[in-house]
Write a protein that binds this ligand. Sequence first.
Ligand SMILES: C[S@@+](CC[C@H](N)C(=O)[O-])C[C@H]1O[C@@H](n2cnc3c(N)ncnc32)[C@H](O)[C@@H]1O
Length: 245
Amino acid sequence: MNKLIKQTAMSLVLGLSLCSLSSLTLALPADFDAKMAARPAADKDRDAARHPKETVELLGIKEGATVVDVAAGGGWFTRVLSAAVGPKGKVIAQFGAFALRNNNGQAAKDLAAELGNVTPVFEGVDSIPADSVDAALTAQNPHDQFNNSEAAGQKFITDIFTVLKPGGMAVIIDHAGSEGADNKTLHRVTASATKALIQKAGFEVVQESKLLANPADDHSKGSHDASLGRATDQFLFVVRKPAKK
Ligand SMILES: C[S@@+](CC[C@H](N)C(=O)[O-])C[C@H]1O[C@@H](n2cnc3c(N)ncnc32)[C@H](O)[C@@H]1O
């Protein structure tokens, strides 16, 4: 009996240590909050609507990971991801070719020089080697491609699938639209149309998060409408490229 109690106690201790070990390895760098606090005020003003820390936690990235910010735009998430992977990690900030043709090209290079662990890419995601990155994030972008054509939307999502290592995770965020609405004019896309692209690309849907949901936005206004204060109702998919069997 004593032996049984001892064995049970040992298993409990082992289980608890494995739990704390796995939460340690999944933890964000110790200076994550300090780096987030050091961002420009204009970036921090958007935190209430964008929930950056919770978003990178959903993505599950670890210190030292390689992550791609797909269609990084002004680099808002690039700063967040840079803090999340730390100096031993790498953020590939993908801006696209057109970014070089306007002032964003220099701004992107300046951001990369400032952050140290960021590599700007001025080509498509398909210029990044296949199976090479641990994680990917794209925010407020799929609608641009999908509203051009379903094929462009599919390529956008499939390119993300291709660059991820097997087992790699992605977070896909966009301004939610309603079925039957003129989502092209409104700069939105429905969650269901995006989910179809995600599944056709080969991803497993891990979670459809309500983190960025905002019931005050009824999807009838354009996503840039000033009255929404950039706090649109957004869907957030956490997806995984299946691990190789
Ligand atoms: C609404 S912003 C979102 C930017 C960023 N993802 C974020 O969440 O802060 C959309 C951006 O996508 C960029 N964009 C549009 N088409 C693109 C493409 N094919 N490749 C890369 N970037 C693109 C535009 O320059 C614009 O800055």
